[in-house]
Design a binder for this molecule. Structure first.
Ligand SMILES: Cc1cc2nc3c(=O)[nH]c(=O)nc-3n(C[C@H](O)[C@H](O)[C@H](O)COP(=O)(O)OP(=O)(O)OC[C@H]3O[C@@H](n4cnc5c(N)ncnc54)[C@H](O)[C@@H]3O)c2cc1C
Length: 436
């Protein structure tokens, strides 16, 4: 059989989840002036014009708490005005320990910000991002491949060749740089021999929307209970219903029982576990579950390859940090790639990619470490640890400096945010054929 004719791209992004699409949107900002040809490949279906009823894992019925720093990153893309139309601000975060005295409250007012974060439905974020990819002045620099599953990647003589299965048959692409944004179950990562550390929590996150009998006052609750932590995020009201997004950590052996409860029994169990701080729970939407684990790839860069998002690190959703961490990562990557291109450095250059990774190590270590340690500390029933965490919460509550540090970490502002835009206007320069 004659070899397939390859289409060549400067950058191929594998996976159009929240991280891959955000990266593509960032790269488009200067793709015209830097003459970048980019491909974004997604194994699922992308239907941006049909209300995004897509079946990609990122854009399911969940809502995501975007940190204040993430809102600033989307502001650099001029996307925040649109996203914020359906974003619910979090002006207070209430952290408490069920049955114990420890509690603390973070307030946006005290931190001199309009909100500590914002809750956005994943589907809405997807709709805004795909619209941006289609309507950006540099849209012609991007080829979007839907229902295109990357089967394997081979790197030879400084170029990667990808075999892609599409509905129309097999396709071969080549790229200077491959960015793997293919999620936590990345089979490609394993095929490439990239090792990772994995620690299962033996828990699942049970997620659903719940209706409450009063306004949530823009408050997010994190409540630690003896069977695992739970979070309630304020959602936009719909049809005058007051809604919150529930993330309830459930032990593996309890999951089937919790899923099998009818709505009334589920609401009773929730009320009993969470208490009446938010009023009465009236109804619950459909329940979905996600197994929880801490996962971290041991290599995140190779010559011509970068691993980002859940494929690089998957963490406990308790503190709502996984996507925020990943977004800061792809913003930093964009900044490095733009600088490299502007200075005639190859996009596959290992030193440049290592320099990018160096800038991410601190943030990744502290975010992964914080989410893992707090998860363990707050699920422990050890009396000394329980006393320690309650004293810690009380101490945090009365120490303004510590509270601000804690708040800045929740807001994703512990280090300077990457600036990839450089204030440059997008241009309209043409670059070759497009696979759209
Ligand atoms: C219950 C829960 C609540 C959460 N809440 C928050 C929160 O409030 N705040 C926060 O910051 N984070 C939160 N997170 C974490 C956040 O959801 C993830 O960090 C984020 O979804 C990761 O996105 P991703 O694009 O890296 O991966 P994914 O969403 O998994 O996307 C990967 C994409 O790659 C595609 N793909 C896979 N393999 C291939 C292939 N071979 N070829 C082509 N395409 C491929 C997939 O179809 C998919 O679309 C939460 C997570 C959970 C489980």
């Amino acid at each position: 059989m004659a070899p397939l004719k390859k289409q060549h791209y400067d950058i191929v992004i594998i996976g159009a989840g929240m991280v891959g699409t955000s990266l593509a949107a960032m790269l488009l900002e200067r793709a015209g002036s830097l003459n970048l040809r980019i491909a974004l490949l997604e194994s699922g279906g992308i239907q941006p014009k049909a209300g995004l009823d897509a079946y990609q894992p990122s854009f399911d019925a969940r809502a995501t708490a975007l940190a204040y720093g993430s809102a600033q990153i989307y502001q650099q893309l001029s996307l925040w005005d649109k996203i914020s139309q359906r974003a619910q601000p979090i002006t207070q975060i209430h952290v408490s320990d069920k049955g114990h005295f420890g509690a603390t409250r973070l307030r946006a007012e005290t931190e001199h910000v309009p909100a500590l974060g914002y809750v956005v439905e994943n589907k809405w974020l997807g709709e805004v991002l795909f619209e941006q990819l289609a309507q950006h002045p540099n849209a012609q620099c991007l080829s979007l491949f839907s229902e295109a599953q990357v089967q394997n990647i081979n790197r030879k003589d400084g170029v990667s060749t990808l075999t892609v299965q599409t509905v129309k048959g097999e396709l071969a692409l080549s790229a200077d740089l491959v960015v793997m944004a293919d999620g936590g179950r990345s089979s490609l990562r394993e095929a490439m021999g990239i090792k990772y550390t994995e620690q299962p929590y033996h828990q699942s996150a049970l997620v659903c929307n719940v209706e409450i009998d009063r306004a949530h006052q823009n408050t997010a609750y994190e409540r630690f209970t003896d069977t695992g932590p739970m979070a309630l995020l304020p959602l936009k009201s719909q049809n005058k219903q007051h809604l919150c997004g529930l993330i309830w950590t459930v032990a593996e052996d309890q999951l089937d029982k919790m899923l099998a409860l009818d709505d009334a029994a589920f609401l009773t169990a929730l009320q009993q576990r969470f208490g009446y701080r938010l009023g009465r729970f009236i109804s619950a939407g459909s329940r979905v579950n996600y197994p929880l684990k801490l996962q971290s790839a041991q290599e995140q860069v190779r010559p011509g390859v970068v691993i980002v998002g859940n494929a690089a690190h998957t963490l406990h959703p308790l503190a709502g940090q996984g996507f925020n961490l990943a977004l800061r990562g792809v913003a930093a990557l964009t900044e490095h790639l733009f600088n490299a291109r502007a200075n005639n450095v190859a996009l596959s250059d290992y030193k440049m990619l290592q320099a990018y990774q160096q800038t991410r190590i601190g943030d990744q270590r502290s975010t992964l470490g914080f989410s893992d340690k707090s998860m363990k500390l707050f699920t422990s029933t050890n009396a000394l640890l329980t006393l320690g965490r309650d004293l810690g919460l009380q101490l945090l509550d009365i120490t303004p400096v510590a509270k601000t540090l804690f708040a800045r970490s929740a807001m994703g502002l512990t280090s300077a945010l990457p600036e990839f835009n450089g204030g440059e206007d997008p241009t309209n320069s043409q670059v070759g054929e497009d696979a759209k």
